[in-house]
Design a protein around this ligand. Structure first.
Ligand code: ADP
Length: 172
């Protein structure tokens, strides 16, 4: 049984993340999407909102692939979370060379702490290689459509956030 943890901020989930999850479904029986509760980084979406979106958009994928996909929040060390989830792999996505240096360092440190968990790197389709949650939020709040890069549910949630900001700028 191959069990993987795919960690990240997912603030919000994009088509790039989904592409990695889809590819992961061909390799793993069970994928836990670990949503980092990074409140100090002032995320746009709460952990509960991010998990809800992930669950909605991964449900059809899991059904089609026959892989169990779950989403859960975590804080603290990733290897401890992976161990709790009885995962033998950590999945990370690689977009460009710029991701590589940081990812290599993290993977080696994680291997040092937990030698029995392998980090597996997957590359998204090149159509998503320039997509990041940060860029999506920037473009969206500067007035452009991001419909090509996120699932419709996520775009609708971004629109709701924008409306919330307009009506109560200090809280949204
Ligand atoms: P971001 O880096 O976009 O803020 P996360 O922290 O949520 O996103 O990223 C979680 C994981 O998904 C990381 O391994 C990241 O490299 C990967 N990832 C994010 N977007 C893409 C993409 N478009 N293609 C491939 N991997 C991606």
């Amino acid at each position: 049984m191959c069990r993987a943890v795919y960690p990240g901020s997912f603030d919000p989930i994009t088509n790039g993340h989904l592409d990695i999850i889809r590819r992961g479904c061909t390799l793993f029986d069970h994928i836990t999407i670990g949503v980092l509760s990074n409140e100090q980084k002032s995320p746009l979406f709460t952990v509960a909102e991010r998990i809800e979106m992930i669950r909605q958009v991964t449900e059809p994928l899991a059904e089609a692939a026959g892989t169990r996909i779950e989403a859960e929040s975590f804080d603290g060390l990733l290897v401890d979370f992976a161990k709790r989830k009885r995962a033998n792999c950590i999945v990370r996505g690689l977009r460009a060379v710029s991701d590589y240096e940081y990812e290599l360092q993290m993977a080696q440190m994680n291997r040092h702490m937990q030698p029995d968990i392998e980090t597996v790197f997957l590359m998204s389709a090149d159509t998503y290689s320039f997509v990041s949650s940060r860029l999506i939020k920037e473009i969206f709040f500067l007035g452009r459509s991001v419909g090509q890069f996120v699932p419709p549910i996520v775009e609708a949630r971004l629109q709701a956030k924008a409306r919330q900001r307009q009506s109560a700028p200090e809280r949204a």
